[in-house]
Design a protein around this ligand. Structure first.
Ligand code: GLN
Length: 250
């Protein structure tokens, strides 16, 4: 990046931070903001709650988890912006949905009480509430991102259909459900996951996949092309090692 040109904007949309943001999920948006800055871009952060105007420009979408009641509160609004989210996903926009919003990106979440919360069916997944809450640290392995670490806390259990691939295979913990070893789901550039923690500070390779995909699509460049000299020294491997050592002490 030359010192005279201003940084190129990258628009990050955070869905429903008021109702869908637990166990530190807000941290995912902060990581994207910080890493975009490190890589020499101008992060433009948008926050979308029910009734808000949907931003005109969106390059990356993130969304967090929430109580069943929070999922109920945003359901109608989410169905209202479903078409926009589908259009973005089909256009290969990178997205990361955690837990409660991961569930609602699927067909539906049927709670323990038999109450069905309709999803936007962007991911071919279905979730059923159970009496067994899956809680604890998770270690999983993914071909794409290597080891993925996080924390799960959910009573809904998710089953994948043929339209998605698992994000990772669980080594410790449960992930999507108690029956199969899968964690999360992948479709185009959309990632769904049960992992809080927040996920991205512990797994910067996923953060760089999200922003790397966004800048490749928008500016036709690789992550790092716009980084100021010196900042590239703060490379992925070093940051990953730092994040891992912090995560390992928790
Ligand atoms: N309410 C959902 C469940 O318990 C999602 C929880 C979450 O986002 N952590 O399954």
């Amino acid at each position: 990046m030359s010192t005279t040109s201003s940084p190129k904007p990258v628009h990050v949309l955070q869905l429903y931070p008021r109702d869908m943001n637990i166990y530190g999920d807000f941290g995912n948006a902060l990581v994207l903001k910080q890493r975009l800055t490190w890589y020499g871009y101008q992060p433009v952060m948008h926050s979308y709650d029910p009734g808000d105007e949907f931003p005109e420009e969106v390059d990356v979408v993130v969304g967090g988890g929430g109580q069943d009641s929070g999922q109920d509160r945003i359901q109608q609004d989410l169905l209202g912006i479903s078409e926009k989210l589908h259009a973005l996903a089909e256009n290969d926009a990178p997205m990361l949905m955690i837990c409660g919003l991961y569930q609602l990106f699927g067909h539906y979440f049927e709670t323990r009480e038999g109450h069905r919360i309709q999803g936007i069916e962007l991911l071919d997944i279905t979730t059923y509430g159970t009496d067994n809450r899956l809680i604890g640290n998770v270690v999983s392995e993914s071909e794409e991102f290597g080891q993925i670490l996080g924390y799960e806390n959910h009573s809904g259990q998710t089953y994948l259909g043929e339209g998605v691939k698992p994000l990772a295979t669980v080594r410790t913990g449960e992930g999507n459900n108690e029956k199969d070893p899968h964690e999360g789901a992948r479709y185009r550039n959309v990632i769904g996951s049960y992992l809080h923690g927040s996920l991205l500070p512990k797994n910067p390779a996923i953060a760089d996949f999200l922003i790397g995909t966004a800048v490749a699509k928008k500016y036709g460049e690789a992550l790092g092309d716009s980084a100021a000299p010196g900042l590239t020294a703060l490379g992925l491997s070093e940051l990953t090692a730092q994040a891992r050592s912090v995560a390992a002490t928790r």
